[in-house]
Design a protein around this ligand. Structure first.
Ligand SMILES: *Cc1c(COP(=O)(O)O)cnc(C)c1O
Length: 369
């Protein structure tokens, strides 16, 4: 079978979504499924919706446009601040966007009027992670500005933590967000319909807190796709970690000394590797490399170990496995490895499970998959 390939079990994606949706619903929290790590796959998004996600979020307009072409019903959110150069595509291709800049909001308003649509706006609040967000003291004024822009509807507030600086979304941060919601409502005179508290890093807080405050939505990607939470990379209870499997084919199996020989300098990637110890290694080369995956995030089966990776060769100590040329090796992926595999034109994406076969319609820069 074709290799390298990324097997995607859509039933497990739906399962993970369902478990999260059912655990968060009693707390009054809805789930937006974040599809960006799947390259905005229509089939992955459909599996999230099947599992109970009420909306799909993606950071790329291109992905949202493809999702919209395949599904006109599910609300779509652009979860990155729109590019000024893309505002028309944003209001056509999504129902809502996360925003921080007055100039962008003015352009979105003009675009919504041109396209004769109403576009929902969430203002993102900076609570310490220092990525996107408006300073707490400026949120109420910006909200009033949005409320006065035709074509836009101020839908709510949101925040994003743990992405740039690893700042934990705790009770204090979420209480600050809730308090701001009340201030904004008092100023603009209508209730916020969405308070989006964060990403998969918020799950610890959401499951543990006695008071979610005004937070009524989370944007979940990693937990749905990989079953892990990003704060400590622990498995979230009840979730499956094997929805995605990267399969590579073995092109050489030889027994070689563990220790390289000759004078040493840098390798292909500018590192000077340690030489390796004594003894012999049964090593396989998989036809897989840094062009296909982040090798640090690819875990081979038990009893095998990744020794090294260059652009096109992944060297694996196969231990007692009786590997031969032509065998396939299946790797579990972390977030970084998944994103690389999904964006590699060499990796064929193959959906499994009961849902739709069309896991990724081609995007312009990518071969058909
Ligand atoms: C990527 C992203 C998410 C989803 O994050 P996960 O950790 O994958 O759940 C949510 N919100 C924003 C703004 C993002 O960029």
């Amino acid at each position: 079978m074709t290799a390298p390939r990324l097997d995607v079990d859509l039933d497990l994606v739906a399962h993970n979504t369902r478990v999260l949706v059912d655990r968060l619903a009693p707390r009054g929290i809805r789930v937006t499924g974040v599809s960006k790590a799947s390259l905005g796959s229509t089939a992955v998004a459909a599996a999230m919706v099947r599992g109970g996600a009420t909306a799909i979020g993606d950071s790329r307009v291109e992905n949202l446009e493809r999702l919209r072409a395949g599904d006109r019903v599910t609300p779509l959110t652009l979860i990155r601040s729109p590019m000024l150069s893309q505002v028309d595509r944003v209001v056509r291709g999504s129902d809502m966007s996360l925003n921080t800049e007055t100039v962008v909001l003015a352009a979105l308003s003009a675009a919504a009027l041109r396209e004769q649509v109403s576009h929902d706006v969430v203002l993102m609040v900076e609570l310490g992670d220092l990525r996107e967000g408006v300073a707490v003291g400026e949120v109420v004024d910006l909200a009033a500005t949005v409320a006065g822009l035709p074509g836009l509807r101020l839908a709510g507030l949101g925040t994003n933590l743990a992405c740039r600086s690893g700042i934990v979304p705790d009770q204090d941060k979420m209480d600050q967000l809730s308090a701001l919601v009340e201030l904004v409502e008092a100023r603009v005179g209508h209730p916020m319909t969405i308070v989006t508290g964060g990403n998969s890093a918020n799950l610890d807080w959401a499951f543990g807190t006695a008071d979610v405050g005004r937070v009524d939505e989370l944007r979940l990607g990693e937990s749905i796709l990989l079953g892990t939470e990003p704060l400590h990379r622990q498995i979230v209870e009840g979730l499956r970690t094997d929805a995605f499997t990267l399969v590579a084919e073995v092109i050489e199996v030889q027994t070689k000394p563990a220790q390289s020989w000759g004078g040493t300098a840098q390798n292909a990637f500018g590192d000077t590797p340690a030489r390796g110890g004594p003894g012999l290694v049964r090593q396989a080369i998989a036809a897989l490399g840094r062009q296909d995956v982040d090798p640090d995030g690819a875990t081979p089966p038990a009893g095998m170990k990744v020794l090294a990776a260059s652009s096109d060769h992944l060297v694996v100590d196969v231990g007692d496995h009786g590997s031969v040329v032509g065998d396939e090796i299946a790797f579990q992926l972390d977030y970084s490895a998944l994103v690389r595999a999904m964006t590699s034109p060499f990796v064929v994406v193959r959906p499994t499970g009961s849902a739709s076969p069309d896991v990724t319609a081609p995007v312009p820069t990518r071969g058909a998959a």
